[in-house]
Structures are given as C-alpha cells and as structure tokens.
Design a protein around this ligand. Structure first.
Ligand code: NDP
Length: 332
C-alpha cells in the first residue's frame, strides 16, 4: 500500500480506501462488512468512508459493529461521516442541512452509530445555500476544537464555494476545510481536473475521490448486458440503468470494450486499470473503492501494482480512447 498526505495536512491516508455507500444496509450485513473491511485493512487500507445518509444511518451502524468486533486499535484507522441529508425518513427541517444544529447533532449521532469517540474526517455532503458560510465553518471549527472531529471537509462543493469557506476561515481565524470528496473517474473529469485546478496549490486541498469505477460501468461487467447480481439491477438505482442505456451510456460502454483490450495487454483487469488511472493523478489523496463482494475488495486493493504499468505511452492510448480530456479554463 502507498500512503499519501491528505492535502497539506499531516494525515497519511492509504491511496486505496473503502466506502460502504450501497453495500451495508441491514443488520445481517455485519459478517460481510467484517470480511470486506478486514480484506481491505489486511491490504493496508486505513480509511473507511461513511455518511449519515447511507441506508439512513444503517450503513454507519453496521460499520460501527464491524469495527467493534474487529477490534483494531483506534489509532490505526481513519473513519468518516458526512452530514447534510439526515438519517431519517421524512425528516423535520432541523434534521437535515448544514445548520450548526444539524452539523452538531449529525456528528454526535454518527459517533454513536460508528461506536467511536471522535470522527477522523467529517464532510459536508453537499453545499447548503440556506446556511451562511460563517455558520458552517464556525460549527466545524468548534467540533475540531472540542476534539469530536479531527479534519473537516466538503463533498461536491464548487471551487467558488471552497474558496468562500477558505476566505471566511481566514477572515475569522477559523479552520478551513482540509479535503473535498468529489466524483472522479475516466468518465467524470472536469471538476477534478479543471475546476479545482488551482485549489490544490493555493489552499492545499486534499481529495478523497468517489465512484472510481463509475458505479461498475468501468469494470466491463456491463459489456454484454446487466448481470443479475450487479448494482444496475438494484431497486432504487434505476437512474443508473437509464444512464447506461442512454446514448452517452452506450458510447461509454464502447470505450470500456476498447479499454479492456489495454487491460488485457497489460495482463490486468478492467477494474484495476480504471482505479490505477485515478491513482496516477497526484492530486488524488485516496481513491474510495466500493464493492459488493469480498473478492472485489481483494482485486481492487491490488490496483497500485497496475499504476506502475501506466507509462506515458499507455496513458496516451487511454486518452485517445476516452477522448474527453477537459479543456483548461481561460484564466488557468
Ligand atoms: P465504484 O464506482 O467503484 O462502484 C463500486 C461498485 O462496482 C461495486 O459496488 C460493485 O457493484 C462494482 N465493483 C467494484 N469492484 C468490482 C470488481 N473488482 N469487479 C466487478 N465489479 C466491481 O464506487 P462507488 O460508487 O461504490 O463509490 C465508492 C465509495 O465512494 C462509496 O462507498 C462511498 O463511500 C463514496 N461515495 C461518495 C459519494 C459522495 O457524494 N460523497 C457518492 C458516492 C459514493 P456490483 O457488484 O453491485 O455491480
């Protein structure tokens, strides 16, 4: 495993991490959670990502139970939560959003569900235009000063919102966000590569990127139809299936077939190639992998070996197939 600094912070996060968005949703998943997390941990993974919204808090409960049964030293791993959408059906106005109230209560509730005394990373899962930036940055700063959170961050905030948070922190002597959690994969590049371009240097932004396999599209598993046991067949994920069946989705599938040939030539698999491609970007602090089976975790955790095989020549070939390199902004 390789460990990368989370932006300009001193925290060393494993280049490959594990998230439980779709995977853990009821109590019966605890044994699977333990097995998957242990497979990741044994491969050197030290970061386990979660959110209050995942399965309405169930995902955190299951991860918490797994962590407690696995009994790892608390200082050997990093665990996160994200606040924004709440963890209950039909939430009251105070049970969602980024008000000081919900940011605090979301933190206490996530700690209880995860069975930890503090959250290593705490993200604002999306921006909340109804809450003043100063209230958000101040609440996060206080949680850090109280020892309940170690680093705070954002997820899918625009570069402008990130700069606003940073400026507010500087203006009032508060703590700015350390990291962002954006989507980044071969098919989704613009925000990460262009919009955030200057933030890596200017504010030392760390990144914990999500959906490196574009929800499985980049594994090649959909090249010949939709397997019964895949995410595209899950209830509630019809939007993903529609996306794949769209014209753009079909174009992407054709690219995956070509990319699979490159993977074959390199003696590797499509999932490992797609994850390794993300790892090649030095602004990625960690790639959060997702999985529905232990074997997938084991496979994905080997992606670093493939990153070494991605020479300039191979990267150029991949670029040719993707044909989606985002244009720089005028002022960059
Ligand atoms: P991916 O894009 O990597 O998709 C993971 C899915 O792809 C798996 O569940 C599995 O689905 C399939 N897969 C994974 N590995 C393999 C393999 N080796 N072979 C075949 N199929 C494979 O990541 P996610 O979309 O799951 O995102 C990862 C994490 O990022 C989440 O768990 C979460 O922690 C975080 N995230 C954060 C978001 C945010 O807004 N901040 C949003 C989304 C995710 P299956 O087997 O069912 O087909």
């Amino acid at each position: 495993m390789q460990y990368r600094r989370l932006g300009k912070s001193g925290l060393k996060v494993s280049a490959l991490s594990f998230g439980s968005w779709v995977t853990f949703s009821n109590q019966a998943d605890v044994p699977l959670a333990k097995e998957m997390m242990a497979a990741a941990y044994d491969a050197g993974c030290n970061f386990f990502d979660n959110a209050e919204a995942y399965a309405k808090g169930k995902s955190e409960e299951i991860m918490g139970e797994a962590l407690s049964q696995l009994g790892w030293a608390r200082d050997a791993y990093i665990v996160s939560s994200k606040v924004r959408w709440g963890a209950v059906d039909n939430p009251k106005p105070t049970q969602v959003g980024l008000s000081r109230k919900h940011v605090y209560e979301g933190c206490y509730q996530a700690m209880a569900r995860l069975q930890v005394d503090y959250l290593d990373l705490y993200f604002c899962h999306r921006p909340d235009p109804e809450v003043p930036m100063e209230e958000i940055v101040r609440a996060m700063t206080e949680l850090i000063q109280r020892g309940l959170v170690l680093y705070w961050g954002t997820s899918e905030w625009s570069a402008q919102q990130l700069m606003e948070a940073y400026s507010v922190a500087r203006q009032y002597n508060l703590i700015p966000p350390t990291m962002e959690q954006p989507q980044y994969n071969m098919f989704h590049r613009r925000r990460f590569e262009v919009e955030y371009g200057r933030l890596y240097d200017v504010i030392g932004l760390g990144t914990t990127i999500w959906s490196p396999l574009a929800s499985g599209l980049l594994t090649g598993k959909y090249n010949d139809g939709v397997p019964d046991d895949s995410r595209l067949n899950l209830k509630g994920y019809e939007w993903l299936r529609e996306m794949m069946e769209s014209e753009e989705g079909q174009k992407r599938l054709a690219s995956v077939q070509e990319l699979a040939q490159i993977a074959g030539d390199l003696g590797t698999t499509m999932p490992k190639l797609a994850i390794a491609w993300c790892l090649k970007n030095p602004n990625v602090s960690t790639v959060i992998t997702g999985a529905s089976k232990v074997a997938q975790v084991e496979e994905n955790m080997q992606a670093l070996d493939v990153a070494d095989k991605l020479t300039d020549e191979v990267m150029e070939k991949i670029e040719g197939i993707l044909d989606n390199k985002p244009e720089p902004m005028d002022f960059q």
